[in-house]
Design a protein around this ligand. Sequence first.
Ligand SMILES: Cc1ncc(COP(=O)(O)OP(=O)(O)O)c(N)n1
Ligand SMILES: Cc1ncsc1CCOP(=O)(O)O
Ligand SMILES: [Mg+2]
Length: 214
Amino acid sequence: MNRHPRGLYAITPDLADTARLLSCVEPVLAAGACWLQYRNKHADAGLREQQALELLSLCRRHGVPLLVNDDWRLAARIGADGAHLGEDDGGLPAARRALGPDAWLGASCYDSIELASKAVADGASYVAFGAFFPSPTKPGARRATAPLLSEASALGVPVVAIGGISPDNGRPLVEAGADLLAVISGVFDAPDPRAAVRAFATCFDSPHPGESRE
Ligand SMILES: Cc1ncc(COP(=O)(O)OP(=O)(O)O)c(N)n1
Ligand SMILES: Cc1ncsc1CCOP(=O)(O)O
Ligand SMILES: [Mg+2]
């Protein structure tokens, strides 16, 4: 597994219709999203398990890691590549023990470098900050600013930015230190999601702040 991911981290929209979910996600993976997170805030446990399993086989076909939002137990049960946990989603140490040392385990750190540093000590293998811009998906999300991303680079794990990110506003976040841009509406509400994925790739054209051009 690539321990230095860099690119678009697509997150699924809430869709109850599994066939529709798969047909929305497939072109996004084919166009080059490098990670997928299964997030569904409305489905019951049975539907979430069914959707997660279907997405896992789709992700396997495309060689894309699948992470499950909120529910590390579901991630462990289906053998997903990892889970993403926020402050209300249970403890990182228990999730790390259940998922094993190689799983991706992400932590929402909102606008706090202290939370990020504690998350890494507790077993997180990446840290996420945001929202950086007003988010159509989560309008009440706590806000963060770009300097946090460069500060977080010192933690030694991939840094993720989330919240209202589009191909037009993503590049400064990458320049500030984001390794992954986590996006829902900027991909899935775009008139042409494939074109949006390709446009997001241009946010990563310039070298990472940690890399030299030579
Ligand atoms: C990559 C990534 N970053 C942040 C979040 C938000 O997690 P959380 O704060 O638990 O909010 P919900 O997504 O559960 O509404 C995320 N899901 N993914
Ligand atoms: C889950 C989450 N956490 C902070 S903003 C957000 C939603 C991201 O969705 P969008 O890319 O549509 O703003
Ligand atoms: Mg959550």
